[in-house]
Design a binder for this molecule. Structure first.
Ligand SMILES: [Zn+2]
Length: 82
């Protein structure tokens, strides 16, 4: 089974991720097929995005984008706590 992915956007999205709220290091977005996880590159801080339902066909990039963005949004929201 193959899935349509917006992998080409990944490098651009790294810049949308705020630094880790705990140690200030860069965070990375990990693709776990049905869920995205934003993880700190230095400490063990991580945030899970919204889990996608098991797809029964190939979905366009836009479909996956909402789940990808949910992980980014959750991570960035978390860093707003001062
Ligand atoms: Zn950290």
């Amino acid at each position: 089974m193959t899935y349509s992915r917006a992998d080409r956007l990944e490098s651009a999205e790294q810049h949308l991720l705020k630094p880790c709220p705990f140690c200030g290091n860069a965070a990375t977005l990990e693709d776990h097929r049905l869920i995205w996880i934003v993880r700190c590159s230095s400490c063990s801080a991580s945030v899970l995005g919204e889990r996608a339902p098991e797809p029964d066909r190939d979905f366009p990039d836009e479909y996956w984008e909402q789940f990808r963005q949910s992980a980014v949004k959750r991570w960035n929201t978390r860093t707003e706590t001062k």
